[in-house]
Write a protein that binds this ligand. Sequence first.
Ligand code: SF4
Length: 508
Amino acid sequence: MDIILINPPVTRPCEPPAGLARLVGALRSHGCSYLAVDSNIEGLIFLLEGNAESQDTWTRRAVNHLEGNLAALTSAKGFENMGRYTRAVTELNRILVCTSRQANAHVTLGNFSQAGLSPVSSADLLCSAEQQEKNIFYPYFKKRLLALFEKYSPHTVGFSLNYLSQAITCFAMAGFIRTACPDVKIVLGGGLVTSWMKRPDWNNPFSGLIDDMTAGPGEERVLSLAGAEYSGEDPLPDYSPFRKNSYLSPGKTVPFSTSFGCYWGKCSFCPERSEGNRYSCLSKDRVFSDLDCIIEQESPNLIHLCDNALSPALLERFASREIACSWYGFARITHHLCDPDFCSALKRSGCVMLKLGLESGDQRVLDELGKGISLEVAASALKTLRNAGIATYVYLLFGTPTEDEGSARKTLDFTVKHSESVDFLNLSIFNLPREDTREKALETFDFSKGDLSLYQGFIHPRAWNRNNVRQFLDKEFKRHSAIAPIVRNDPPVFTSNHAPFFVLNRRG
Ligand code: SF4
């Protein structure tokens, strides 16, 4: 075995890791020998099935309900009632929180933190590598990695590091490999690594531990590590190494990307723009032939299209044919979505839900953010999608430098006015990307001491700072009688990953 690829904990354990599936597809199609391991689902199950300190009634009940709660999150029945679903998620989190307390960590189904270690500090990540045995997942990964090394003797281990919640454990695992098998080459790639490496001041602080780091799509690099030459062809993702895992979803979900970067790429403050990520996409024919193969091979219940934004041209192709599986993904709000025939055709093609980055209900803010969205079009699109039977998951962003309290109230008014056409809401507070140099006028400061922080604080030019925004959201926005039920509708922890299953369940 040449290469072992690993998805480190913790990310939401509801579907196979999309990035690894692509790399596995590349290695397989070039005849390389490899193994892929989703340590995220394995590690979380290890913690759940460990012995949680059950000193209180809540924890004892959570431990007693473990089997039932795992069954609830893997069956349609668990999604019939938000109360039952929330109880399952909350009780599983309770076990994880109690178990991880022993190691001064805080683990949930979607997050990880360890006291004294920041995932945005290279010194802390190296400390996590050195003090690997203090990581709550250590007993799991020590046993698992040693067994893998003994059986397969790989020359390289690659980690796919996409989220901050994976970083501390990823480095603990890397530290263990460096100690236990010093000759094994350790490679890092993934979305978070890409963001680090795109910083102009990037100066690899991990050279003593990590042998190689790769920004952007990793196919070419992983193939060269396996001794193969990249043909330039995007291979079909391969999900077979992950089939045996019991992901927490009521039906099999397969993640699939038709593109990298964003075809729009004009929204100010979007990392896709500030990192200068180039857009590339599969041809339309290729998208549908890949989808046909994936559906035949995996028989999924749901396809998660992971693109930053599905282009209108691609949506048109979806609308022109039926996919033998339900699907959902991100789309920009464009006039196409105001066409009832187009939306009905999208629905027939299998579209269950569209995620829509509206961000603001103030046209001035939208224009200044470069969103290219008209509120008139947005209102019409929401209504048309609802009439067509496609659920909407609407993303709103508060506290951008161009927003003030009056603008936020306009967003409140817009949301209330169109609440009947909004199924789910994601409310975020704006973070200023560190590399965004266009807003030179902003007075900025460091959020944290971490040298790897991707964001920075700023003095809001309209005195609409994070505390004011938070108070507005908590005390006013979320409490509005038209909005509160939508906020309560959002599946805790799994949010948009599980929302389509509630939609499918509603439809029976
Ligand atoms: S559409 Fe989304 S991904 Fe694309 S530039 Fe705008 S915010 Fe970024």
